[in-house]
Design a protein around this ligand. Sequence first.
Ligand code: ZN
Length: 322
Amino acid sequence: MDGKKIIGIDLGGTTVKFAILSIDGEVQQKWSIETNILDEGSHIVPEIIESINHRLHLYGMKAEDFIGIGMGTPGSVDIEEGTVIGAYNLNWRTLQPVRKQIEEGTGIRFKLDNDANVAALGERWKGAGENDPNVVFMTLGTGVGGGIIMEGQLLHGNGGCAGDIGHVTVEPHGFECTCGKVGCLETVASATGVVRVARQLSEEYAGNSDLKRRLDDGQAISSKDVFVLAEQEDPFALMVVDKVCFYLGLACGNLGNTLNPSSIVLGGGVSAAGEFLRSRVEKYFKEYTFPQVRESTQIKLARLGNDAGVIGAASLALQFVG
Ligand code: ZN
């Protein structure tokens, strides 16, 4: 096994990211290609295979130099069969036999999981999770996703939905979610969710605020604008951030009370607000946890950024060791 390497692939709607890593998780090569979603996404897997074979040739490497390939993908994943279905941002509506195609096309063993789960594995292994066996990861971006690693194992659940933290109910009579339910964390803590909360609260806010003025003027507002204005002490923006952090703290509190991980790691675009966000989520987390959890579960910020996906994906291939 000495000197053998692993490959991680992070398949997204706009780019496919690749990395070659040592088995202790050191990234040695990185590259990416555009995701070609034309023709029902039928070019995606062939282009991944071509890209891997091309790079291995370029680096003078062979299939035998690798323990395996791991990949994170959108959509519903059957980890036993190595298939994906319903990845709409890839135009994958029907069942895709990804493992079979990639193993045949590269001659390297292959493992697959969903994108939020592999990001969780990455942060747990080489990021804020510090390789602890019990880590929960939450990604706050266009949507809210997550992954749960307990006693060293990534949880999938009976229908593959374990760790789908975005659909935890935080407001029983809240906004409608794309999943068909109301009041999901995703409706208030994703990038669009933050703006939705701002619009709702602005109806009742009467004070002086740049954010309120911009919303009333019909200007396009992003979640980043809300956080930037809050850091500048815009009173209404602070109120919006406080409400979003209340929802996040409530969800984290209940995850803590249920799972008691060493850390709950916040990642994704919204978490770029950094300590400003983390400390406020932590305040509510402490309010909604019982003492033993409060003392043994920490709220942390993700450290790996965009690399979490490829690093976590590559770690899937370590299952082939031994
Ligand atoms: Zn939902």
